[in-house]
Design a protein around this ligand. Structure first.
Ligand SMILES: [Fe+2]
Length: 246
């Protein structure tokens, strides 16, 4: 009897040890994937002079909107990571268009719009949840609630929620950001632009949450430093995506 109890205790300790090992390994895997995503997104943003603040801000605002809309922590974290890749397709846009400081001609604007298809091609058929979410976000972040967006002209809830969320965060941060061809818009003006776009450009439910989060969004760092994205990630939420599925 005593021998049996001792053997059981030994077995329990072994299970605890192995469980801890697996959790550490999953967290490590998640961290590696997160870091590669961040570096890839940073490399692309560097092509048009960015230092990572736009992708970090879009990711942070998107995650906050996702949680505000009632999405769970794991899905919000997937959106956080995948949102960083929303413009990864800009790697396929020629410098003459991407780095042009003046207004784009209609032909150049058409070339620029193709960053969506370039991006989808880069992440298409990904096996991880993050790349699947990235494909959804990249493909849908320039669609508009009223159906006048691109590339597919989807409208309303036919646009995936991940893309509807990132559309709000992307436009808001782009308005606030200083670019070689424009000054950054003051917070209140950019905020008003998003509110005015509810029901035409943006999902009204996303804009409602955006309005509720006004003071929190105002308090977010204006220019995220390199690595802030990575440091602000929540590997605990993300690594749960690596759990075996039954
Ligand atoms: Fe874009």
């Amino acid at each position: 009897m005593l021998a049996l109890r001792t053997a059981r205790k030994k077995q329990d300790r072994l299970v605890a040890y192995l469980t801890n090992d697996v959790q550490t390994a999953m967290r490590d895997l998640a961290l590696r994937e997160m870091e590669i995503i961040w570096r890839l997104a940073l490399a692309v943003e560097a092509r048009d002079g960015g230092m990572g603040s736009h992708i970090a801000n879009v990711a942070a605002i998107s995650r906050r909107l996702a949680l505000g809309l009632g999405l769970d922590r794991e899905r919000a974290e997937l959106i956080y990571l995948a949102a960083a890749l929303h413009d990864v397709g800009k790697i396929g846009i020629p410098d003459t268009v991407l780095q042009k400081t003046g207004v784009l001609t209609p032909e150049e604007a058409e070339i620029m719009r193709r960053h969506v298809e370039h991006g989808v091609r880069i992440v298409r058929d990904g096996v991880t949840d993050v790349l699947k979410a990235a494909a959804t976000i990249i493909g849908g972040h320039h669609e508009r609630w009223d159906g006048s967006g691109y590339p597919a002209g989807l409208s309303g809830e036919d646009i995936p929620i991940e893309a509807r969320i990132v559309a709000v965060a992307d436009v808001f941060d782009a308005l606030c950001s200083e670019r070689p061809y424009k000054a950054g818009m003051p917070f209140e003006d950019a905020f008003a632009e998003i509110v005015a776009g509810a029901g035409s450009q943006f999902d009204p439910a996303c804009v409602d949450v955006f309005k509720q989060l006004k003071s929190e969004i105002r308090a977010m760092p204006a220019a995220a430093a390199d690595n802030q994205f990575f440091a602000a990630a929540d590997p605990g939420a993300f690594s749960s995506a690596f759990r075996p599925r039954h």
